[in-house]
Design a protein around this ligand. Structure first.
Ligand SMILES: Cc1cc2nc3c(=O)[nH]c(=O)nc-3n(C[C@H](O)[C@H](O)[C@H](O)COP(=O)(O)OP(=O)(O)OC[C@H]3O[C@@H](n4cnc5c(N)ncnc54)[C@H](O)[C@@H]3O)c2cc1C
Length: 366
């Protein structure tokens, strides 16, 4: 088959690849290559969809903060509905977690509240579960579908090509060009290759003959339950101070519960494990007086980490760039990540401190 030439090929059309494609499309002819029938089928379509500033290592916090303005004020035509909706976080500390709560109070905008106030925010809280609690008010739900589609639309409007059902099978660098052959036999060529393949990032690096980062995909489970008769639409996001479980309202009348599991596993179309589902329900019902008679739905997704937990963004070889290791923060950091990787591709100033750039530099693993 003929080879189609582009300025840059981005592999993976989850949130990471979509943001880089959108950021590069005004100046580069982009091919965004996705293995599945739909963009967002893997981690991007399976998240808890929160924006939490006090979360993750310093590079993540910098990128989360830098993404806020875009998420609150996206460019004209990006989204027809708001991307963010404010929903405070409540952290609950049973006796063995007060040390964690104390450490948390060093975070930006986190303050301790009385148990009486906690109970007004979370009326189902069982007496005696928490001995202390805190709130973080500046937290948001993210409409992930609107955000992801906005980036894909931006890329397409600027001439980008989205190739679905196109898994990279062979990647070679010849005469200054990357040649990517995908399932079905189509061939793409470009001087720049961006690896945004999420859990499959090391597999794509291996195809391209580039150094592996040692990425570790970790399963995380979500469970939907009916909390009736509680009316939960305006409840906060509720999390144990040690991060061991959390729940949040979903679609106004339901709760999403997670056991905050992080089980390492190979890249795959991951499915929930019954044990994790049971653990999620057990944690929540120990803390909250909610009778769960039935699990309405459960799912799992992969959160893929580098070995030091920071992201891997930027140049890692001749014309080869990484946008990997998004862990549990890929949605909330996405506008900042896309702009940063695009700046590094274009050789412009990405606008972050040398410390942050060193933390995300993929060369730190070589
Ligand atoms: C339960 C859960 C809760 C989470 N909660 C949050 C949260 O509250 N806030 C937050 O910010 N983040 C959260 N996350 C993390 C977030 O979902 C991820 O960080 C983010 O989706 C990663 O995006 P990605 O584009 O890197 O990966 P993906 O969405 O997995 O995209 C990678 C894409 O690459 C494609 N691909 C792979 N190999 C190839 C190939 N060879 N050729 C072509 N295409 C290929 C895949 O098909 C896939 O579509 C959560 C994750 C989970 C599972």
């Amino acid at each position: 088959m003929d080879t189609v030439n582009f300025d840059a090929i981005v592999i993976g059309a989850g949130i990471a690849g979509a943001t880089v494609a959108a950021a590069l499309a005004p100046t580069h002819r982009i091919a965004l290559i996705e293995a599945e029938e739909a963009a967002g089928y893997h981690s991007t379509g399976r998240s808890a969809a929160s924006w939490i500033l006090n979360y993750g290592p310093p590079d993540v916090r910098a990128l989360t903060g830098a993404s806020r303005d875009f998420l609150e004020n996206p460019p004209a035509g990006f989204a027809e509905t708001p991307i963010l909706r404010r929903r405070m976080n409540v952290y609950l500390a049973p006796a063995d977690q007060v040390g964690k709560l104390d450490a948390m109070l060093d975070g930006v905008g986190i303050r301790e509240i009385s148990l009486a106030e906690t109970k007004t925010l979370v009326p189902a809280l069982r007496d005696g579960y928490a001995i202390r609690a805190a709130v973080e008010a500046d937290v948001f739900d993210i409409d992930v579908a609107v955000l992801h589609q906005g980036f894909l639309r931006q890329a397409r409007r600027n001439g980008g090509t989205l190739a679905l059902r196109s898994r990279s099978m062979r990647i070679e660098r010849r005469a200054g060009l990357w040649h990517v052959e995908v399932t079905g036999g189509a061939n793409f060529a470009a001087p720049i290759l961006v690896n945004a393949a999420g859990a499959w990032g090391d597999g794509v690096a291996s195809q391209a003959g580039m150094a592996l980062l040692g990425l570790v995909p970790k399963r995380r489970t979500g469970v939907i339950v009916d909390p009736a008769p509680w009316q939960v639409a305006n409840w906060p996001f509720v999390m144990a101070a040690d991060g061991g479980w959390y729940c949040r309202p979903e679609a106004r009348t339901r709760l999403m519960v997670s056991p905050a599991d992080a089980t390492p596993m190979p890249p795959q179309d991951v499915q929930p494990d019954e044990f994790d589902v049971a653990v999620a329900i057990d944690h929540m019902t120990t803390a909250l007086d909610i009778a769960v008679t039935r699990v309405e739905r459960s799912w799992a997704g992969l959160r893929t980490f580098t070995t030091d937990g920071s992201l891997a963004l930027g140049k890692a070889g001749d014309g080869y760039f990484c946008c990997l290791g998004q862990g549990g923060y890929g949605i909330q950091t996405s506008p900042g990540v896309g702009a940063l990787v695009a700046a590094l591709v274009m050789g412009t100033n990405p606008g972050y401190s040398p410390e942050v750039l060193a933390m995300v530099d993929p060369h730190r693993f070589s």
